[in-house]
Write a protein that binds this ligand. Structure first.
Ligand code: AMP
Length: 180
């Protein structure tokens, strides 16, 4: 079993970043603490060891950091879900609404195999909009989304509604826009 780690102690909370009213949960504090980073990776590997996964999908960009060692340790293919215009091959894309404006995610069509059981990994779930768009394009490409794993959850932003039907695992949850 992975030794317990107090993630809250290494996640920096930055008020009014990147804009007023947002409390930013900074995962770089996890990355500079090797025991914290190892804890995140090991818990995920243990949690999904018997899930029969065929691939890990990683969300651009901080999701890449956590998904990569998980895929490597589990010996699974790593599928990158990227922001618009970064992938050179044939893609499937989805536009989605952000708090202000919109964004697009895309995946290489050829990276996803029909019927493949995929776990999607990101650093943090806020509204769940990005993960919903990612889950939709993976499903459109023929994958079966087996679960969603993130280090931090902000359930007060109601991502459980947006991601209804998906099994979601987070390692630490925060319950307001204020430092707890
Ligand atoms: P969302 O689509 O609203 O779930 O958020 C998309 C991405 O934005 C997350 O994967 C995070 O990387 C980032 N993000 C959103 N809100 C925050 C926050 N309060 N602190 C840190 N990152 C955030």
């Amino acid at each position: 079993m992975a030794a317990e780690f107090d993630l809250d102690a290494v996640i920096r909370k930055v008020p009014d970043f990147p804009k007023p009213g947002i409390l930013f949960y900074d995962v770089t504090g996890i990355l500079v603490h090797p025991r914290a980073f190892a804890y995140c990776v090991e818990v995920a590997c243990q949690r999904y060891a018997a899930a029969g996964l065929d691939a890990i999908a990683a969300i651009d960009a901080r999701g890449f950091v956590f998904a990569s060692p998980i895929a490597y340790k589990m010996g699974l293919p790593l599928i990158l879900v990227r922001k618009n215009g970064k992938l050179p091959g044939r893609t499937i894309k989805r536009r989605f609404a952000l708090e202000y404006g919109e964004d697009t995610v895309e995946v290489h069509r050829g990276d996803v195999k029909a019927g493949q059981k995929v776990l999607i990994v990101d650093d943090l779930i806020a509204t769940g909009g990005t993960l919903k768009a990612a889950a939709d394009i993976l499903a459109e490409a023929g994958a079966v989304v087996s679960g969603i794993f993130a280090i931090i959850g902000l359930p007060f932003l109601n991502y459980h509604n947006v991601l209804a039907g998906h099994e979601i695992v987070t390692l630490i949850d925060y319950h307001s826009e204020h430092i707890e």
